[in-house]
Write a protein that binds this ligand. Structure first.
Ligand code: SF4
Ligand code: SF4
Length: 371
């Protein structure tokens, strides 16, 4: 495993870390085996993003006895309601959520505390206002409960503002070879390098989408990781991995040949616009009528893919409903149907990828709920 200094923090972290979001809802046995195997193979950077109690408890069990071997990245501003992700900037709630995180992970501190989803200038100003969540994070830092402060976000203007402010030690940003051609993204990498802010790459596989686009050619986890780790300023990538097979495929990076890492032959084929493509992250929740937006769009995309239709920019008039077959899975009990959408637009405001959610709900209602 290769290790790099995490910006001005100066600590060595493994270039391949573990994003744990896909270990949510997995059995404890799976979570423990993936985390422990990662540690044995030299991974020392672990990102713990959600507030779901079972998810945190399972990770707490996995880190038991290994805390001194891992660099733990925890998040605030990530709440939950009935098993659904919910962003919160409420200071009192975040204080409670952070204490819950420490308790369930059986630790007295995290190594870096991320303020999550700072996607707009307004969002940045909100977290930085006196008495806001940055002040809370600083208090935790003074109390020794958080060694360093980070932020995560998806959009360049807020990222540049934060990185250049001198207020954050680490910036977490989605980086992969399909999205980096959008304007402003390379400037974020450069700013992190210039200001010695650690840059941690989330979504190096674009939420798994890079492996599904066979029409563009096949690509490996090693190529994806090598692209990300070749960008200026990037310290580590944290792929979301849900089992040992995926873990081993990613950790093959540590021993891969230059030939295996070479991504140039497939780079051009994977260029695409980030805008409008759902990665099923559910950062758009909560929906006031209870629609599990990411899950609905995932089902819609699967149905469109199975029918041979493109799944990118959905416009109802473009598709022929008779060619679309509904996926076998049924909506979860908690999720309202796409047709319940009241077009309030709240989710659209929150989506970092500018997905036309309302159109997708209309299309999903038309294609997945018929009959
Ligand atoms: S619509 Fe946007 S925020 Fe919601 S799941 Fe898709 S990419 Fe994520
Ligand atoms: S626009 Fe529809 S899906 Fe989005 S939050 Fe409003 S009701 Fe929910």
């Amino acid at each position: 495993m290769e290790y790099r200094k995490l910006g001005r923090i100066g600590l060595d972290v493994s270039v391949v870390g573990l994003g744990t979001e896909y270990l949510n809802k997995k059995p404890r046995k799976t979570v423990v085996s993936v985390v422990r195997e990662a540690i044995e193979q030299g991974v020392n950077y672990f990102d713990v993003v959600f507030a779901f109690p079972d998810y945190r408890d399972n990770l707490g069990a996995a880190f038991e006895g290994y805390r001194d071997r891992v660099f733990l990245a925890g998040h605030i501003c990530t709440g939950e309601t009935n098993g659904h992700y919910r962003m919160t900037r409420d200071v009192a709630e975040n204080e409670a959520l952070f204490f819950d995180l420490l308790s369930r992970l059986h630790t007295d501190h995290v190594d870096v505390l991320f303020i999550q989803m700072v996607n707009s200038m307004e969002g940045y100003q909100e977290v930085m206002k006196p008495g806001g969540v940055m002040d809370l994070a600083r208090r935790f830092q003074r109390e020794g409960k958080a060694r360093f402060i980070g932020m995560s976000g998806h959009r360049p203007p807020a990222a540049l503002e934060a990185v250049e402010s001198g207020q954050v030690d680490v910036w977490m940003f989605p980086i992969n070879l399909a999205w980096d051609f959008a304007p402003g993204r390379k400037e974020v990498f450069q700013a992190c390098a210039e200001h010695n802010v650690g840059l941690v790459a989330m979504k190096p596989f674009a939420g798994g989408k890079l492996f599904q686009q066979k029409d563009r050619g096949s690509i490996t986890p090693v190529q994806c990781l090598h692209y990300v780790l070749s960008q200026p300023g990037v310290t580590a990538a944290v792929p979301g991995l849900k089992n040992l097979k995926q873990l081993n495929a990613a950790l093959h990076y540590a021993e891969a040949t230059q030939e295996e890492k070479d991504y140039l032959p497939i780079l051009a084929a994977f260029q695409q616009d980030v805008e409008g493509n759902c990665v099923y992250c559910n950062h758009c929740l909560p929906c006031p009528v209870g629609i599990d937006v990411g899950s609905v769009i995932r089902k819609l995309d699967r149905a469109l893919k199975a029918s041979g239709e493109p799944s990118g920019q959905a416009r109802a008039s473009f598709y022929n409903p008779s060619r679309i077959r509904s996926p076998k899975e049924k909506p979860t009990e908690r999720s309202a149907a796409a047709s319940d959408c009241i077009e309030c637009g709240e989710c659209v405001e929150r989506c970092p990828f500018d997905v036309d959610i309302i159109s997708k709900m209309q299309l999903a209602a038309e294609l997945l709920e018929a009959g």
